[in-house]
Unconditional design. Structure first.
Length: 430
């Protein structure tokens, strides 16, 4: 090897596998081996998905001096051109790579990490492929469209040693961290109840088929989902996130945000409920067919009960209720009773949660240190699972027993079948 040659994790794994004949060797190597060579080096990023959220996240990385976006990918030529223009204008050049196939980004040895900001039905396939390719991964929530697919992402990330940050960015917000620390440190007494509310679903007409525009590879956009005709509204996030071929709806896409905070503040982010039951309604007709409203109750082994509903019942946010008061947090701020609890300070000997003020920067710091970021794959899958369990409980309409260690329902084959990965349209697979 020439002096000064940069050893990327991808190259190291390739060489290690060739030498050992297996993938076992990387497990025996210190994680720091795979860190950046010098603190001054920029982390190179390939941005996969340049829609509305993808553009937002791309701009987030472009603002950071220790990252350099070198490639963008989208199946929409318009989005691709927009993303490349943002990158080239930022760096004052014209060499941003453009791709309509994410696999070409994963093949580049000069890319350290990828951001995956695509419609939900693509998340698990791209994340697993990125981990196998030796990339670190920043991925928007949710993790996947089934518990089985979420586990596949977790297994791949852990097997290949990728740093993984889920886009549950509320963990990087001071209000949410402070609320959870107050709950964890007894400022409300013993927390016994948590109430979570999120946005509800939507009722729509049946969308007619439309001609596919020449700037869009619609077949690749549909990808592993069941085939359905093109309509321009399907390209809009608020629509495709409420179509069951591509998503589970707001119970998942919004639910994971607040359920993640509820788990953080209840100290249950490494486990799950032991019982769950719920009711809800679905649209009678229309292209958007995901759940409209729901009322789910969960019980945890530590005695905490959690109520998870659409926003027509519980307020949009997270409410911790204890023997000595309550606290409510959302993106607009904090409320508490008694109010002076918000003036409390968490002492040096008390429990402190990790601090992040920028979700993108936290990811880059983890890439360098090879430590877990603030929203790692483990807790991400646990929060993702709460959404899936809620959906299954509503669909089955009965109380379910959940084993959070085995991550299975107890003695319920029908419910356990609903955990399995969704069938995928050929040729796509995990």
């Amino acid at each position: 090897m020439k002096s000064g040659t940069k050893i990327t994790r991808r190259r190291f794994i390739k060489k290690a596998c060739c030498a050992s004949g297996s993938l076992a060797l990387p497990y025996l190597v210190a994680r720091s081996v795979f860190g950046k060579g010098t603190p001054s080096e920029r982390i190179t990023i390939g941005a996969i998905g340049i829609g509305s959220q993808g553009t937002h996240d791309l701009k987030g990385f472009l603002q950071l001096s220790d990252a350099q976006v070198v490639a963008v990918c989208d199946v929409s030529r318009r989005a691709l051109e927009r993303g490349a223009r943002l990158v080239n204008e930022k760096y004052g050049n014209s060499d941003c790579g453009t791709y309509d196939d994410y696999r070409e980004i994963l093949e580049r040895d000069d890319i350290d990490a990828v951001s995956v900001v695509t419609p939900c039905h693509w998340h698990s396939i791209m994340a697993v492929a990125a981990a196998r390719a030796g990339k670190d991964i920043f991925m928007e929530k949710p993790v996947a469209l089934s518990v089985g697919q979420s586990r596949a992402v977790r297994d791949a990330v852990e097997r290949y040693g990728s740093v993984f940050q889920l886009g549950t960015q509320q963990r990087s917000g001071r209000n949410f961290r402070f609320a959870c620390e107050l709950a964890l440190n007894g400022r409300l007494g013993r927390v016994h109840t948590i109430k979570v509310g999120t946005s509800h679903g939507r009722v729509t007409e049946n969308l007619p088929a439309m001609p596919v525009p020449d700037w869009l590879d619609y077949d690749r956009w549909v990808g592993p989902a069941p085939w359905s005709p093109y309509n321009e509204k399907k390209m809009i996030r608020d629509w495709h996130e409420n179509i069951s071929d591509f998503s589970l709806g707001m119970i998942h896409c919004w639910g994971i945000h607040h359920l993640d905070i509820a788990q953080w503040g209840a100290d249950t982010q490494d486990t799950g409920p032991v019982e769950i039951e719920g009711t809800g309604t679905f649209p009678g007709d229309g292209t958007c067919d995901c759940i409209l409203d729901w009322d789910v109750a969960m019980r945890f082994a530590n005695g905490v009960t959690m109520s998870f509903t659409d926003g027509s019942k519980n307020a949009h946010g997270v409410r911790f209720e204890g023997d000595e008061g309550w606290l409510f947090v959302n993106r607009q701020g904090l409320k508490a009773e008694p109010a002076p609890v918000l003036n409390e300070r968490i002492g040096p000997a008390e429990r402190h949660l990790p601090v992040s003020t920028n979700h993108f920067q936290d990811f880059l710091s983890a890439v360098r240190s090879r430590q877990e970021p603030i929203a790692p794959i483990g807790s991400g899958v646990r929060s993702d699972t709460l959404c899936h369990l809620s959906y299954i409980a509503v669909q089955l309409g009965r109380k379910l027993k959940w084993d959070p260690e085995a991550e299975r329902f107890g003695g319920d084959n029908q419910a356990n079948r609903m955990l399995l990965p969704r069938p995928m349209r050929s040729p796509w697979h995990l």
